[in-house]
Design a protein around this ligand. Structure first.
Ligand code: COA
Length: 435
C-alpha cells in the first residue's frame, strides 16, 4: 500500500520555494473566496517586485485576501489579476485599469475553463490530508475540478483552519506537485448592517415565502435581512450559490430542515461558503451540507427541480422595463453577474417558484433613486427584462414577469421613493409609456 505520508513529505515545501517554481507567462487559477492561497501569492508577488517574473496572470473569484496584484498597480504586466467576479480588491484594480474581469454566468465558468487555454498552475487552500491521501477543498467547490483537469501543476496551502467538507470536492496527494503547511484563520465577512429599510424589505419578502419552500439568498445586507425574517418558517430547504451566516442561523433555529426538497432531501446544497467562523465550524465533517461544482449547483435546470424555489438577490438600479443592473454604478465596475441570472431563471422555472430582486429605493442619503427611467449610461444589465420577476423596495413589491411595459412602469413608480415618483411619471409620459 502506498505510504501517503511519505508522498506528503516529499511534496512539502515553503511558499518561497513554490513561488520560485513559477515561470514568466504562466496562467494561474484559483477558486472562490477562502479557496485562495495568500501565502504562495504573497511570495510570488515578492518575486514580481524583484522583476524575477513577468507576464504571470492570476484568476480569482470574489477575492477576500489582500492580494498584492490587486493592491499594487506597479505589478501590472508582471503579476496581473483577472476576476471572474470582483471582491473589493479586484473592483479597485479593474476600475484603476491594472486588472481585468471576465464576464460570465457563474454556472458557465467551468465550461469556459474547460474550453479555454490550459492553466500552468492551479492553487488551492485545503484541509489537512486524511489517512487515504485526500484533501478536502473545504468551503469551496465551484470550478476547482475544471481547473484541476486543465492544470499542468498543482500547489496547495494545507491549512488546519480550512474545514473538511465530507460532501465536497477532494484532491488526492498523488495529483499534487507541491504544498506548504500553514495555519491561519479564514477571513470572515463583517456582519451586514440591518437597518429599518432592510428589515421592512425582509418582512415584505418573508410574507411571500411559504413553509416548505427552498431558498437561495444572494450577497449583501438585504438578502441577510430576508434570512433574519424567515426564522418563524418551517421545513425550508437550501439550494444556493453562496452559503451564508443567516443560513446557518436558519438551520440551527429549526426553520430549515431540507425535508421538503425534491433533490438532495435532508441536505443543504451550495457551491461555496463565506461568512463567519460559525459557517466554517458548521461545514466541518458535516454530511448535512453538500458543496458541489457550480455547473451543477447553478444550472437553472437543476435549481428548478426543487418546487417553490425562491431566489433573493440585490441590485444597484432598475429601469422602467425592469432591466436590472447589479454589477456596476454607471461605468464603474462593482462585482459581476455571479449566479443572479442562474437563480432568477431557476426559481422562475420551478413549480411555485419566485425570484425577488430587492434593494433600498435610494442611494447616497436619498439623493439617487435606484428606480430609473433609463439606466445610467454605462450600467451593465445583469438580469434582463424578460427574466425579471419581482422587484422589492421598502415601499412595496412589483410583479413584472409577464406584465406589459405600462404595468411595469406603474408598479415600479409606486415602489420608488416618494421624492422621485413625479419625475419618473413625467419621464414615462414623455416616452409614451404612460398616458
Ligand atoms: N447609484 C450610485 N451608487 C449606488 C447605487 C446607485 N444606484 N446603488 C448603490 N450604490 C452605492 C451604495 O451607496 C454603496 O456605496 P458605499 O460603498 O459608498 O456605501 C455601494 O454602491 C454598494 O451598494 P450596496 O447596496 O451597499 O451593495 P451590497 O453590498 O448590498 O451589494 C450588489 C449589492 C448588487 C453589488 C451585490 O449584491 C452584487 O454584487 N450582486 C451581483 C451578483 C449577484 O447578485 N449574485 C447572486 C448570488 S451571490
Amino acid at each position: 500500500m502506498t505510504d501517503f505520508r511519505t508522498l506528503f513529505e516529499a511534496r512539502r515545501s515553503t511558499a518561497e520555494e513554490l513561488a520560485g517554481r513559477v515561470e514568466s507567462g504562466w496562467l494561474i487559477g484559483m477558486d472562490a473566496a477562502v479557496a485562495g492561497t495568500p501565502t504562495i501569492l504573497a511570495a510570488l508577488a515578492e518575486r514580481a517586485k524583484r522583476d524575477e517574473v513577468k507576464g504571470v496572470r492570476v484568476q480569482t473569484l470574489l477575492d477576500v485576501y489582500p492580494y498584492a496584484f490587486y493592491a499594487d498597480n506597479s505589478l501590472y504586466g508582471k503579476l496581473t489579476g483577472e476576476a471572474w467576479f470582483s471582491g473589493g480588491g479586484a473592483r479597485k484594480a479593474v476600475n484603476g485599469g491594472w486588472a481585468d474581469t471576465i464576464p460570465n454566468y457563474y454556472r458557465d465558468a467551468p465550461r469556459h475553463i474547460r474550453a479555454g487555454e490550459d492553466y500552468d498552475l492551479f492553487v488551492a487552500s485545503v484541509s489537512p490530508m486524511d489517512k487515504h491521501g485526500w484533501f478536502s477543498l473545504g468551503a469551496t467547490s465551484s470550478y476547482s475540478l475544471a481547473m484541476i483537469e486543465k492544470a499542468k501543476h498543482i500547489f496547495l496551502e494545507v491549512n488546519d483552519h480550512q474545514p473538511r467538507a465530507v460532501c465536497g470536492a477532494q484532491i488526492h496527494i498523488s495529483q499534487v506537485d507541491g504544498l506548504v503547511e500553514v495555519s491561519y484563520e479564514l477571513p470572515v465577512l463583517p456582519p451586514t448592517k440591518q437597518d429599518k429599510i432592510s428589515q421592512t424589505i425582509g418582512g415584505l419578502i418573508a410574507e411571500r415565502i411559504e413553509d416548505g419552500s427552498c431558498i437561495q439568498l444572494g450577497i449583501g445586507a438585504i438578502p441577510d435581512a430576508v434570512g433574519a425574517a424567515l426564522k418563524d418558517k418551517h421545513d425550508l430547504g437550501i439550494h444556493t450559490e453562496m452559503f451564508t451566516d443567516s443560513m446557518v442561523e436558519l438551520i440551527q433555529c429549526g426553520a430549515v430542515n431540507n425535508s421538503k426538497k425534491q433533490i438532495h432531501r435532508g441536505q443543504s446544497v451550495t457551491t461555496f461558503a463565506f461568512g463567519s467562523q460559525r459557517i466554517y465550524d458548521y461545514i466541518d465533517d458535516n454530511p448535512g451540507i453538500a458543496i458541489l461544482p457550480v455547473d451543477y449547483v447553478n444550472d437553472p435546470n437543476v435549481i428548478c427541480r426543487n418546487d417553490n424555489m425562491i431566489s433573493i438577490n440585490a441590485a444597484l438600479e432598475v429601469d422602467l422595463w425592469g432591466q436590472v443592473c447589479a454589477e456596476s454604478v454607471g461605468t464603474r465596475h462593482m462585482s459581476g453577474t455571479g449566479g443572479q441570472v442562474d437563480y432568477v431563471r431557476g426559481a422562475c422555472q420551478s413549480r411555485g417558484g419566485k425570484s425577488f430582486i430587492a434593494f433600498s429605493s435610494t442611494a447616497k442619503d436619498d439623493t439617487i433613486s435606484k428606480i430609473k427611467s433609463i439606466l445610467t449610461p454605462g450600467a451593465v444589465v445583469t438580469t434582463s427584462k424578460n427574466d425579471v420577476d419581482y422587484i422589492v423596495t421598502e415601499y412595496g413589491v412589483a410583479h413584472l414577469r409577464g406584465e406589459s411595459l405600462g404595468s411595469r412602469a406603474r408598479q415600479l413608480i409606486a415602489i420608488a421613493h416618494p421624492n422621485f415618483r413625479d419625475e419618473l411619471t413625467f419621464e414615462a409620459k414623455k416616452r409614451g409609456i404612460l398616458i
